[in-house]
Design a protein around this ligand. Structure first.
Ligand code: GLN
Length: 494
């Protein structure tokens, strides 16, 4: 068997760093890599429905161009020719960017998001657009206006959301890695449901320029990958200060080499918030996975300490006030005039706005616009929006206090593992399941979901590590360590 064939056979579980090594040593070309992923897509995406589109001729053209650069010793980086799948809410010049919404049908991005520029500067190839909940609002990808993405571990179950397409294509071997966005958990929760790694960087670490805004004070772009090392590599590629995003932080460059193998886990203090264990609806299987993860850290000499996050009780309600308020304002630009679809049955401007929005937005998006408009309206602003912002400050104080006593916080990602389609139909019940991920967006810290265990039906369960603001190095080091230690523990059990 040729070296290229060997790597290709590994693609189901291949990573960016393995592919990059194989490209560097000439074991495989970018063309072979992309062709094989496209082949995998053709074989299985009819069942998974992770991609909304895959422009194969553009991908093969980009792969050929990358191979030519490498042949001439002109590769742009170690990652030249690596394909990465892109969530449908990120602008790639010349491609559709629809946020899985009918209102943006046919819209073509006139410019690149900064993260896309950063990837392309390194020769990375944009590999298809992944399905999502419309405008990133949801937890199952069932709110896509186009199709339902299946969980590759059981196609009758949801992949999580809103970046469910990104998680599913990585998990099913159709992409080495993907970009997603996380406003309240949309990278971490689908990663946990699909058995892959999902990183939400610190707010401001990665430029949001060119990400279609859902809730601007909470949104952050991040990687969904097969292992922690790849998450660090992708973070290095996409992070950094950007003049085009006024909230982007100085000194936000990241170097994945800082995430080494020689991490001394015994000096780590891991905080466990007792409030997280008292959450209604926490399944016993997720609880077991969480307890087991604590014992993995403890058994290697790590200090496990109790921390308090008393204001967490109000996190979900504050999030659904702040996020909907910001969404109602951000989505007001979609009026049928400047972007995508327009319904112009009459020439009356107001009718055009109303008809376009009535027909273009799905039910969940409308629910959020209405909620957001309500909490911002005069008379209710003080009662809802202002109070939610005050609670946000209390939650930030809680986290600051907690991080005085620990280095990282460990928690579940979601109270449950992936469930069958349609089984959560009450929006409020779905909102409540974001309890472990939402607080991190409210305070702007970084967090990662790493595969930890499986439930009784064989569905994956992830565990969340939360780091202080800009503490990605420690976060990723501990996650990288956990990935190995947990694997060893599992092997010991067998
Ligand atoms: N599930 C959350 C929501 O529906 C989070 C979404 C996200 O992070 N984009 O708002």
């Amino acid at each position: 068997m040729s070296a290229a064939q060997k790597f290709v056979n590994k693609i189901d579980s291949g990573t960016i760093h393995e592919a990059s090594d194989a490209l560097e040593t000439g074991q495989i070309s970018s063309l072979e890599l992309c062709q094989n992923l496209i082949g995998r897509h053709d074989d299985i995406d009819g069942k998974i429905n992770g991609f909304l589109s895959l422009d194969t001729s553009q991908i093969l053209e980009d792969a050929n161009a990358s191979d030519a650069r490498r042949k001439n010793g002109k590769q742009l980086s170690r990652y030249d020719g690596i394909p990465i799948a892109i969530k449908d809410n990120l602008s790639v010049k010349g491609q559709t960017c629809g946020c899985a919404s009918k209102i943006l049908e046919g819209f073509i991005s006139p410019y690149n998001a900064t993260v896309i520029n950063n990837l392309q500067k390194n020769g990375v190839i944009c590999f298809g657009r992944t399905n999502m909940d419309e405008f990133a609002m949801g937890s199952t990808t069932e709110f896509s206006a186009y199709k339902k993405t299946s969980n590759p571990w059981d196609i009758n179950r949801v992949p999580g959301g809103s970046s469910g397409g990104s998680a599913a294509v990585v998990s099913s071997g159709q992409a080495l890695a993907a970009l997603g966005s996380d406003t309240g958990g949309s990278i971490r929760q689908p990663a946990s449901f699909c058995g892959v790694v999902g990183l939400k960087p610190t707010y401001g670490r990665v430029s949001r320029y060119g990400l279609v805004a859902f809730a601007s004070s909470l949104d952050q772009i991040g990687p969904i990958t097969r292992d922690v090392k790849d998450a660090a590599i992708l973070l290095e590629l996409i992070s950094g200060r950007d003049e085009l995003d006024s909230t982007s932080l100085p000194n936000s460059d990241f170097n994945h080499h800082e995430v080494g193998n020689d991490f001394d886990v015994s000096s780590l203090r891991i905080g466990i918030p007792k409030e997280f264990l008292e959450i209604d609806g926490l399944s016993s299987e997720v609880n077991d996975a969480f307890e087991k993860s604590i014992s993995v850290f403890r058994s290697r000499g790590c200090d496990i300490v109790d921390v308090k996050l008393p204001s967490i009780a109000y996190a979900v309600s504050s999030y659904y006030i702040i996020a909907t308020a910001e969404a109602s304002s951000n989505l007001s630009r979609f009026d049928g005039i400047r972007y995508g679809n327009r319904i112009d049955r009459t020439s009356d401007l107001l009718d055009i706005y109303l008809d376009t929005r009535e027909n273009g937005f799905g039910e969940e998006v409308k629910r959020r616009i209405l909620l957001g408009t309500y909490v911002l309206s005069s008379g209710y602003y003080d009662a809802y929006y202002l109070r939610a912002q005050k609670i946000r400050t209390l939650i930030r104080d809680d986290f600051n206090n907690a991080f005085n006593n620990c280095d990282l916080i460990l928690s579940p990602v979601s109270p449950v593992s992936a469930y069958p389609f349609g089984s959560v139909s009450d929006p409020l019940q779905m909102y409540l399941s974001d309890i472990y991920t939402i607080p991190v967006n409210l305070v702007g810290n970084c967090a990662i979901s790493v595969p930890a265990s499986f439930d009784g039906d064989g569905m994956p369960i992830g565990i969340q590590l939360i780091g202080n603001s800009m503490d990605e190095i420690r976060l990723l080091q501990a996650a990288h360590w956990f990935e190995f230690a947990n694997e060893m523990e599992k092997n010991d059990e067998v």
